[in-house]
Ligand binder design. Structure first.
Ligand code: MG
Length: 391
């Protein structure tokens, strides 16, 4: 390994060419903000220690939403040009003294972990950038779109990000550019070349496209649906018995009641059913296997951590949780007044929007153990999208 690696993810632009109500890095693909997807690539890479986002000052609120719970540094604020934004990110990292820095455009959310690993490897040379051989014939045209000449494409490369550099050398090059009054470099390789560094090209990735226009967004949205085409549902069921007490936990909400629920953890039958539904969709065991009741560690545990765990298992598989549906069966307490609070809380824990969480309640007409008010039952269904893989 090549020392401590940091990444600057540049998201300071306004991105208006892509249309929409918000800058393009905050638009979603498959319901995930583009910036979140880009940050997650680096935050989850085992060889990267720090991820430094650079955002526009006016986007702070959008950013907080998009980056929720990601392991990244507090954002730096960008300048008027891309170069100024990268420079701000480098200065923010300077005190941490990374050995290598990768610079990545937030508008490329499909960079693979393998590409990032190649970038880190290539950085040993001082400056290295991912490039792809051109497959189209390349022509130079004049102002009237008339062909002037055909260019030999064998020695041309289309350049992407992440671009990789020795940290100190890139920071010094940026400071030198500022001192020279230059703020117009459109990528860091151009700035590095200007500063006299030798820049080499390593193999890029055709999937690592840059989202620029509205068409890019609709094309990649469709692409994402195909990629995550392995749609699975799982179901979960849980019961907890009433005992003496003055409140119950249900659907992540504390509800005052003349009884409590017995259980090893907080006895939230709603969240437990949801956890089993997600694990079922993944064919990945059940809540008792991952959190054995025999383990004192989970005594009195708040069940939101079980749900977070299950959602993390989906993410670890490269998949996405798309819907949760919960039915609670009891005569009391009344669920209706708490329904939307439960939906909001479950959505928050699971990292999905509230429109993707259903909560319903029913009595069992005084029949059976729920009808006799001996306990509460919960049924859940989870829908998950996973990348296609071998059966
Ligand atoms: Mg349970």
């Amino acid at each position: 390994m090549a020392g401590a690696v940091a990444t600057v993810v540049v998201a300071g632009g306004r991105g208006l060419r892509a249309g929409g109500q918000v800058p393009k890095q905050y638009r979603t693909i498959g319901s995930v903000p583009v910036l979140r997807q880009s940050l997650a690539i680096f935050a989850s890479h085992p060889d990267i220690r720090w991820v430094q986002p650079v955002i526009h000052r006016e986007d702070s609120e959008l950013y907080e939403q998009a980056a929720k719970e990601l392991a990244v540094l507090p954002p730096a604020f960008g300048g008027a040009t891309r170069q100024q934004s990268v420079h701000a990110g480098l200065e923010a990292l300077a005190a941490l003294r990374p050995d290598i820095v990768l610079v990545h455009d937030a508008a490329r959310p499909f960079a693979s972990q393998a590409l990032v690993s190649r970038a880190i490897q290539a950085a040993a040379a001082g400056a290295a950038i991912p490039g792809l051989a051109m497959t189209d014939t390349v022509k130079e045209v004049d102002g009237d779109a008339r062909v002037v000449r055909t260019i030999d494409r064998a020695r041309l490369r289309g350049i992407q990000t992440p671009q990789a550099f020795a940290f100190d050398a890139l920071l010094e090059a940026h400071r030198k550019a500022v001192a020279a009054g230059r703020d117009d470099f459109t990528d860091d390789a151009a700035l590095a070349e200007w500063a006299g560094m030798t820049v080499s090209v390593f193999e890029g990735d055709a999937e690592n496209v840059k989202l620029t226009t509205a068409e890019d967004f609709s094309r990649m949205e469709a692409h994402e649906l195909v990629r995550l085409g392995d749609v699975r549902t799982g179901n979960g069921y849980d019961v907890h018995a009433f005992v003496d007490g003055d409140h119950v936990w249900l659907g992540g909400i504390k509800i005052g009641h003349d009884r409590g629920l017995s259980g090893h953890s907080d006895a939230d039958a709603g969240l437990h059913a949801l956890v089993d539904a997600i694990l079922g969709a993944l064919a990945d065991g059940d809540i008792g296997e991952h959190f054995p009741p025999s383990d004192p560690k989970w005594k009195g545990a708040s069940s939101d951590r079980f749900l977070r765990f299950a959602v993390e298992r989906v993410r670890a598989r490269g998949g996405r949780l798309v819907h949760l549906d919960l039915t609670i069966v009891c005569e009391a307490p009344k669920i209706g007044p708490h329904r939307d609070a439960m939906r909001a809380r479950i959505a928050e824990i699971a990292g999905v929007s509230i429109e993707r969480v259903g909560v319903k309640a029913t009595t069992s007409e005084k029949l059976g153990f729920t009808g006799r008010r001996e306990g509460i039952a919960a049924f859940a269904t989870a829908t998950v999208r996973l990348p296609w893989s071998a059966p």
